[in-house]
Design a binder for this molecule. Structure first.
Ligand SMILES: [Fe+2]
Ligand SMILES: [Fe+2]
Length: 242
């Protein structure tokens, strides 16, 4: 495995580890995003066992002790398994996470007390501005939330649009088809009456890039992609209730 680094928007880096055996078909990627700013932010820590590779890759972008904020969308090991390794590598960093993530799991597990990142709260990184958006159960996890970086229009969209394969860093095609193929494989979405409306609200942000945690980033028509994803989930929910 080789962990790759690519700048997918200005000063916004995708750190990508491709694990060819980690899904039944063509493998899958685990991506973290490092936002360079006066106060850099890391979104997703990555699994604990991958920290040596991911940390080395992040070190090609900046010295790790420059990182000021560490965050992730929901409590699972690919999101936060290595958080204590990052906290050790970045002694001035604050762990900033959603309230439910903190209260249910992470306040107990983290080696440093987390700061709560409230829904809709903006953090000014100095040159970049990041806004937390609570998305309970979308795609899964009571504590789920995402981050929108306002200056580049990048939606750090976590597990939304998860797809398999080790494709290029950025694509502009077929993102909905790939997402539903992976959904058929993994069944990772908590399909509820709130799934589609939550995703439609994200479409209203009109992002220019989708920073996808598992798969290639997307730089086509992001609003259309989010609306199509919402419609697809709504159709599946109605089918299931028939
Ligand atoms: Fe997840
Ligand atoms: Fe994930």
């Amino acid at each position: 495995m080789k962990t790759a680094v690519d700048e997918i928007a200005e000063g916004l880096y995708r750190i990508c580890s491709y694990l060819p055996d980690a899904s039944p078909e063509e493998g899958i990627t685990f991506n973290q995003f490092l936002l360079d700013a006066e106060d850099p932010l890391l979104f997703h820590c990555g699994p604990r066992l991958l920290f040596p590779d991911i940390g080395e890759a992040a070190g090609r972008i900046m010295d790790l002790d420059r990182i000021r904020w560490i965050s992730f969308g929901h409590f699972e090991s690919d999101e936060c398994g290595s958080m204590n390794r990052w906290l050790a590598a970045a002694p001035d960093a604050t762990l900033v996470i959603g309230e439910v993530t903190a209260q249910v799991s992470v306040a107990d597990l983290a080696n440093r007390t987390p700061q709560i990142w409230a829904d809709a709260e903006v953090i000014d990184l100095g040159g970049k501005r990041v806004r937390r958006i609570d998305t309970p159960h979308v795609l899964h996890g009571w504590d789920a939330g995402l981050v929108f970086e306002e200056t580049t229009g990048t939606l750090l969209c976590g597990d939304l649009f998860t797809h398999t394969g080790g494709g290029p860093p950025v694509r502009d095609d077929d993102v909905i088809e790939r997402a539903f193929a992976a959904e058929d494989l993994f069944k990772s979405t908590a399909l509820t009456p709130f799934t589609a409306p939550t995703i439609r609200a994200l479409a209203a942000l009109d992002p220019s890039t989708l920073a996808i945690m598992h798969g290639s980033a997307f730089a086509g028509d992001c609003q259309e992609a989010l609306l199509g994803l919402a419609d697809g989930y709504e159709a599946r929910l109605l089918d299931a209730m028939d």
